[in-house]
Design a protein. Structure first.
Length: 167
């Protein structure tokens, strides 16, 4: 359902001459801090991500992504996020960028109750033709507890393959 909503929004927003639409698929590794590190064996996580990036103009992109992140055998999360990416140049094939996204993360625990939490991140990255890489700082807070022990943060490094869907 989230993908359908994203595609509808991207279609409405990107109807101008810069309507390049990219599908980015890739893998990620992460290092946990704060509460999340306490719940994982090593503080290291892995994941996969699918992302749609739609040009708003020659420097701005609307992005939406869906990830699956595994932090140990008992905990995984499914973040669904949307945001904005700003390129440092107007070149479509090779550029550096900064981005910020926000959304919901659905946390799945082994035998415990599942919950959702707000998640935000900021990152800096680069694209070289079809390959890209990004480093992101992520923070998440659950609505269940209103104290510092449920504020999670982690750094993730992600690589991706860029597949242009428009021209």
């Amino acid at each position: 359902m989230a993908r359908i909503v994203f595609l509808l929004i991207a279609t409405l927003v990107c109807h101008n001459a810069y309507a390049q639409l990219d599908l980015n698929v890739g893998v990620a590794g992460s290092r946990s801090y704060a509460c999340l590190a306490d719940q994982t064996d090593s503080g290291i996580g892995i994941g996969i991500r699918g992302e749609m990036a739609a040009d708003l103009n020659d420097r701005f992109q609307f992005i939406g992504n869906l990830s699956l992140e595994r932090h140990n055998s008992d905990f995984l999360s499914l973040p669904v996020m949307a945001g904005l990416r700003v390129s440092t140049t107007s070149d479509d094939d090779m550029f550096c960028f900064v981005q910020a996204t926000g959304g919901r993360s659905y946390r799945v625990y082994g035998d415990e109750d599942n919950q959702s939490a707000w998640i935000m991140n900021a990152g800096i990255g680069t694209v070289w033709n079809r390959l890209g890489a990004i480093v992101e700082y992520n923070t998440s807070r659950s609505n269940v507890y209103n104290d510092a022990r449920d504020k999670w943060s982690w750094i993730s490094v992600r690589t991706f393959l860029r597949l242009p869907l428009g021209f």
